[in-house]
Design a binder for this molecule. Sequence first.
Ligand code: F6R
Length: 598
Amino acid sequence: MCGIIGAVAETAIKPVLDGLGRLEYRGYDSSGISLLSNNEIQTIKAQGKLTNLKQRLSEQVLDGECCIGHTRWATHGRASVTNAHPHQCGQVSVVHNGIIENYLQLKHQLAQWGHHFSSATDSEVIPHLINHYLSQHLSEEEAIAKTVAQLKGSYAIGVLINSTSKNLYAIKQGSPLVISQGNEGAYMASDAMALGSDSGKIYYPNDNELIKLNTHDITLCNDSSNKRIHYIKNKQSSDAISKGQHSSYMEKEIFEQVDLMKRLSVSNDTDEYSSINFNQINKITIIACGTSYYAASIAKSWFEKYANILVEIDIASEYRYRSPIVSEKELTIFVSQSGETADTLAALRYAKSKKAQTLALVNVINSSIAREADFSFEIYAGPEIGVASTKAFSCQLAIFYKMTLEAAKQREFIDANEISVLAKNFMQLPYLMEKVLQRCLEMKDMAKKLTKFSNVLFLGRGELTAIAQEGALKLKEISYIHAEAYAAGELKHGPIALLDEQMPVLVIAPKNGLTDKLLSNIQEVQARNAPIFIIGDRSNKQYINLQEDEFFELPEMPESIQALISVIPMQLLALYSAQQLGKNVDQPRNLAKSVTVE
Ligand code: F6R
């Protein structure tokens, strides 16, 4: 969740500040740096966005070779300067991402040794423990090793110690960490994307490997076998992170989907999916969180409908706690844009411990989930910076669609003609998405009308229920309008009680086998005087008297790709509603892009 970065370079503060800018999507409650300068650690912190820290830093001239930085997403202790990282104790300063579960116990122990704490965070115990062991004349490496041996939970930490040797240390347990040796310096960060252009080669440390960075070298400290660091090429380019002409990353990412679908529809990656023998699998379980979970829900419908494979889906944070029955003939698929979501990673480890085959579907191919799964597929969405996931969702769906075609082919559940029709439908995606995006201004008008309300009910049927859920999630997370979603047929089983003039209902209603049923549901809503908004087929408008800004016409399209097209107006509606209400679209309150805590 939080972002950490460190550099040992001639002017170390520069790559740290640049990196914090690229890490801000991980948390923006507060930020801070510690710089080793003239044999003194200077720590400067600020509450709120990174610009506040930059403002504070611009008031002074700072220079030094060793620097660590942090951008925070609060877990323990509210957002404040005191709770912001780095946390310092004597000559030790620490940045931390993760959660130290036994921090109260450690705090108690340290208090008995005479330590005083200034923050409400779990992280502050780390510099205190290191400082304690240094005062007992342990070496820097021994003091850090002894400290982390006492920590329970997940962490990636950067440690700056004011000593003559000017070293920066990094170590992790369960949280992401990357190390890079550049031409101008040595770097550590919680994300390869945070590293600048001087980071062509990177290393992903294993849990508990203590890495020492200084101006001469990067070394693995605690490896008795003298294991060498094996660098790999850094595929994450920080250049790809630009908004271009767009007002926000989210807007850019929504409009990028046409090109991404073009690329995915011509790419020859189906061979990759043939590495799975779908005939030897008795069940697929797909596990994910949030938007990725809704992609899983649609994939379930496709796999069952077109390939006759039993699919179960589960929310990652629930999966391992409900004692699921896992068989060796089961394929477990873990869907994650970031590849770092702590709940999904923990679920993957659980499935592995039960000997299930594990497959990761990720956007970040060197991520923890991708590295730990038996095999992994990339969704090729490119860096997604907007906190609300958009293009990653459609790319996840596109890859699931291709996997379904491969499964259908292998299992011969539908004939070759049907498979080829499904494949042709997929080729229409870029054209149809473009058609919808060209009329984006109509969604702006709908957003204007919808933002007058404080609640919205989203309805869909079949696999479009998941699109209704995704639409509701997008709207609430960036506009803060309360939104819930239901399968339209469920309305009469409870939510209909909510309907009145103040409870608008948005229905996703493209033309398909369920249109007539949906029309009856729409009538039920109208009979209760609830304002109706429809994203659907022209025929809906014929039956219901809607104004221009209450109806968005979806193009005629084959049923198999309706989820992928219908989600575009949902994304636009959320974007324009948030803009209309003056919200920060890319950095909604309380959220962070990569949820690396349980
Ligand atoms: C919503 C959103 C989140 C993520 C969820 C899982 O817009 O972005 O709900 O989908 O936190 O994240 P990943 O896919 O990175 O595991």
